[in-house]
Design a protein around this ligand. Structure first.
Ligand code: DGL
Length: 275
């Protein structure tokens, strides 16, 4: 009876999601599509954006603050919807949540890529923080020592997307410039290791003319989370979904860009949890 009550209450609690800004809304959007009954609380640390240019210690410290905030909102699980934060989220970060599971956006991709033939070359693009952490290589090589991985930091892409330069001449030029790098030569699959990049997936696919499999990270993460919630008996059965969005530094432009990321009009509320 006690256990039944525990799950009855827990199921209704929201999924906490955070990112350095609004890129993680691509993950929130995918979770909303796969799990339409779930309540979502989103925190975008727009004050400290971009995480991709910050030190490991700074990103860990921001992440801990945000996790504490999401715990006060009684989140049943927390998703680190930022590759840069996920890449440095060691136990010092995840252990602060005690009874709440914290998921990163890297492990679901690793699980998916592990199904790909080891003869194929895997490319990874992401922020400087993600690529310099070497986390994708480390995790993929742990599963298969001979796996060939080619990584490239593409730091201009996140600010470009954030500014709304999508499917324009300038964005296609920047994308082509990065993807033509010899560093990514002969890849068969490309991991979009930044939560902003699903928004330029079509341009990337167009660049490769379907010769490279572009891995759809947002949907992979959303399906992974859905499976975990189901396994833990935490899926919300009632259609009561409510979405709340918080940012550390509010600007009109973020609210406008957020529409592209979440695919509906949303209201961002400023909550400073850092002072
Ligand atoms: N969303 C972040 C990521 O996935 C990129 C933006 C940033 O540098 O903060 O790494």
């Amino acid at each position: 009876m006690v256990l039944f009550l525990y799950f009855y209450i827990m199921k209704k609690y929201p999924i906490g999601i955070f990112d350095s800004g609004i890129g993680g809304l691509t993950i929130a959007n995918a979770i909303k599509s796969v799990l339409p009954n779930e309540n979502i609380i989103y925190y975008g640390d727009t004050e400290h954006l971009p995480y991709g240019e910050k030190s490991k210690e700074a990103i860990q410290s921001f992440s801990k603050r945000i996790i504490r905030f999401l715990l006060t909102k009684r989140c049943k699980i927390i998703v680190i919807a930022c590759n840069s934060a996920s890449s440095v989220a060691d136990e010092s970060v995840t252990n602060i949540a005690c009874n709440t599971s914290i998921f990163n956006v890297i492990d679901p991709i690793i699980a998916e890529v592990s199904k790909i033939s080891t003869k194929d070359n895997i490319g990874v693009i992401g922020t400087k923080a993600t690529i310099s952490s070497g986390i994708y290589e480390e995790k993929l090589k742990k599963l298969c020592r001979n796996r060939k991985i080619k990584s490239l930091a593409t730091p201009l892409l996140a600010p470009m997307i954030e500014e709304g330069f999508i499917n324009e001449e300038i964005s296609n030029t920047i994308i082509a410039n990065y993807l033509s790098s010899t560093q990514l030569k002969n890849i068969n699959h490309l991991i979009l290791a930044c939560t902003h990049y699903p928004l330029i997936q079509q341009e990337i696919k167009k660049y490769y003319r379907n010769n490279v499999n572009v891995i759809d990270s947002a949907n992979i993460v959303a399906n992974y989370i859905a499976k975990k919630l189901e396994e833990d008996n935490l899926l919300n059965n009632e259609k009561l979904s409510e979405y709340n969005f918080y940012v550390s530094n509010y600007t009109d432009s973020f609210e406008k860009s957020a529409r592209f990321f979440f695919e509906e009009v949303i209201k961002l509320e400023q909550v400073n949890i850092f002072s």
